[in-house]
Design a protein around this ligand. Sequence first.
Ligand SMILES: O=C(O)CCC(=O)C(=O)O
Ligand SMILES: [Fe+2]
Length: 320
Amino acid sequence: MSTVNIPRLDLDTYVNGDAAQRKQFSDDIGKAFNETGFVTITNHGLSKELIDNLYKQVKTLFALPDDVKSKYEIPGLAGQRGYTGKGKETAKGFKVPDLKEFWQIGQTVTDGDPVKDEYPANVMVEELPEFNQVTLEVYQKLETAGKSILKAIAIYLGLDENYFDKHVHNGNSILRTLHYFGIEDPDSLPADAVRAGAHEDINLITLLIGASADGLELLTRENTWFPVSAHGEDVVVNVGDMLQRLTNGKLKSTTHRVVNPPRELMKNSRFSVPFFLHPKSDMDLTSLPSTIDAEHPKQFSDMTAGEYLDERLREIGLKK
Ligand SMILES: O=C(O)CCC(=O)C(=O)O
Ligand SMILES: [Fe+2]
């Protein structure tokens, strides 16, 4: 039997709870991140209206003609802002690109902040002012939820509750709106073409809206695929490689993928919106000494978040 512990946790019990509720949340998320690397979260601060409007905007964006979208595909940005077209991202170790197109929004930093010059400006969709406005609001709300989750994780790790704050303040996080496009003729595809090939996320944690649509699966410790499904507006949260490195593998960056639907449903699109919570590039990802002992020898080389991101963007074909 596979050990698949994906608890459904109420973030409000951490943010506004009493000491016992906060401790319970932190224990529960820590345990799940140690076993399976995934939880689902309720009361994350995004209303149903906001999520519905987000999806409305995302569908409108991807329905724009390809020549309009490609005007927002900006060379030199490694897909980190604006549009990335079909066939551009290939999961590490795969030959055939994923069956998706996406749009990425990054951090908004006020003038005068030292990281201002590190980040490219966001790309605005001229045709859809509401897309720009709604995605900015979603970015900020998911960032706030993510910061609270990192506080609970810090406590689980025996660190100061505010350990992550200075690293994620003005961090290099990305909101990705994703379209897995419909395929009219599945026979035209290479045999191994999938919506999203098996991969691990690069960042600290990922908050995903939209796993209510089928397709997302995680790889269990027994090497079997297990479907991840969220209720309604719940947000799925998983550990990324940066947090796994920092904790010497105590928190698991679990491999996941998005499978193709049955053949007769291949013509239907799927949309999803992950928020990849990144620290600033100068965060040291060297494993915490408390996570290294005789039973758990050091697994990873010492790197900063910026060095690690650069290496990974090259591996997935976004950076040349
Ligand atoms: O579309 C999904 O459900 C998951 C997307 C994902 O894993 C990713 O973009 O890293
Ligand atoms: Fe992912």
